[in-house]
Design a protein around this ligand. Structure first.
Ligand SMILES: C[C@H](O)[C@H](O)[C@@H](O)C(=O)CO
Ligand SMILES: [Mn+2]
Length: 418
């Protein structure tokens, strides 16, 4: 049987339990995932020479990492050719492109330093998201940025935040697609602090100042990401969950939850419903924390599926800004990106072909025996046939065929990079 024939057979099997697979496929075609640019070069960026700082780490040195904007764009292009549907590209401010010997520090960056990215996005017909880069820079003093007690340092980063809002609005206006601008700061302390309030008060004031500039809130969707700890900053994190959720709720911006930023048994999938009840929109960084915020490649695993279920069955596809955030330097980076993107889509499709209404009825009528039995049965439904059809319909390689293309690209392009 070919892919279409297998799909037709699967469609009938799902229809028997009230699931419309055509509708599921159509819905998935319209879900844009924001793909992070930083998997391609291990979060190095183009504006600084120093090491990656801020309590995050890449490990591994698989050959072929992108070294220039052109290489990074070519790699992203390759990934998009292997991933079904149209998505967004998520940039960090450290990926500014300076030409003809020009340089602008982070407090002075302007839209023109991102024109090449806008041209790239226009050519691909995609939107851009953005992130101020509050790490890997000499102005991160004693591990602090927006919460620094040193005025000069804090003001530098406030100006950076403002510059990023202007750049985000430029993206949205040039591309006609709103830009999600996510603020994450690494600020924290290795050991028990004497003053927990002061740094948070300064962070709050810094955010107030950044958000005080005029900008179009329908075009720039400002998000604020929390964290529990970073490497070398184990005892205290300024932008904790309580801080960011409260700040966002009180200031009309969006809370961003990264599922690597909580205690190991705390699940973001369980937080989504509560956040949806109190917020019009929420934002996610989907990642895979292995014992800590390790940012392993997203798999088709239990938590990714559970996150996708929460988005789908709560009718929240248009209310969740979905982005990926991982960086594995130990494997082929094109493969890492492709696996993560396709797995996020698989998880969404898996949720879309679940009889969610029936499951809810079973729960509400206390029929937990049948609920468990049915949920387990779903695991061996012909989901793969629907996924393969989705890939074929969207003109990307089916099953593992994409991997052969990655290997060809490695041989012809990546292996030539010194
Ligand atoms: C590079 C990203 O902005 C960064 O990973 C941030 O989103 C984060 O999750 C830090 O742990
Ligand atoms: Mn993140």
């Amino acid at each position: 049987m070919n892919v279409k024939e297998r799909y037709e057979s699967a469609k009938e099997i799902y229809a028997a339990i009230g699931v419309d697979t055509d509708k599921a496929v159509e819905t998935l075609e319209n879900i844009a995932i924001s793909m992070h640019c930083w998997q391609g070069d291990d979060v190095t960026g183009f504006d600084q020479k120093g090491p990656l700082t801020g309590g995050i780490q890449t490990t591994g040195n698989y050959p072929g990492k992108a070294r220039t904007p052109e290489e990074l764009m070519a790699d992203i292009d390759k990934v998009f050719s292997l991933v079904p549907g149209k998505h967004k590209l998520n940039l960090h401010a450290s990926y500014a492109i300076f030409e003809d010997g020009e340089f602008a520090d982070r407090d002075k960056i302007e839209p023109k330093h991102f024109k090449k990215w806008v041209d790239f996005a226009k050519e691909k017909g995609i939107g851009l998201d953005f992130n101020p880069t509050f790490f890997s820079h000499s102005k991160v003093v004693d591990g602090l940025t927006l919460s620094s007690p040193i005025d000069e340092v804090r003001n530098f980063w406030i100006e950076h935040g403002k510059a990023c809002i202007r750049i985000s609005q430029y993206f949205a206006e040039e591309l006609g697609i709103p830009c999600a601008m996510n603020i994450w700061i690494p600020d924290g302390y290795k050991d028990i602090p004497a003053d927990r309030l002061g740094p948070r008060a300064r962070f709050k004031d810094s955010l107030d100042q950044i958000l005080s500039i005029p900008y179009d809130k329908t075009k720039v969707l400002v998000c604020l990401e929390s964290k529990v700890f970073g490497i070398g900053l184990e005892s205290y994190t300024v932008g904790s969950s309580e801080f960011t959720v409260n700040y966002a709720a009180n200031n009309g911006i969006i809370s961003l939850m990264d599922n690597g930023h909580y205690h190991p048994t705390e699940m973001v999938s369980d937080k989504i419903s509560s956040m949806l009840l109190f917020n019009d929109k929420i934002a996610l960084h989907v990642t895979r924390p292995v014992r800590w915020d390790s940012d392993h490649v997203v798999l088709f695993d239990d938590e990714t599926r559970e996150i996708a279920k929460e988005i789908v069955r709560n009718d929240a596809i248009d209310r969740v800004l979905l982005a990926l955030d991982f960086f594995d330097a130990s494997i082929n980076r094109i493969s890492a990106w492709t696996v993560g993107m396709r797995n996020m889509q698989k998880a969404l499709l898996y949720a879309l072909v679940s009889p969610n209404k029936r499951f809810k009825e079973l729960q509400d009528t206390n029929q937990f025996t049948e609920l468990m039995a049915m949920q387990e049965e779903m695991k061996t439904y012909p989901f793969g046939d629907v996924w393969d059809y989705f890939c074929e319909k969207n003109n990307v390689p089916v099953k593992g065929d994409w991997f052969r293309e990655v290997m060809k690209y490695e041989e012809e392009v990546l292996s030539k990079r010194a």
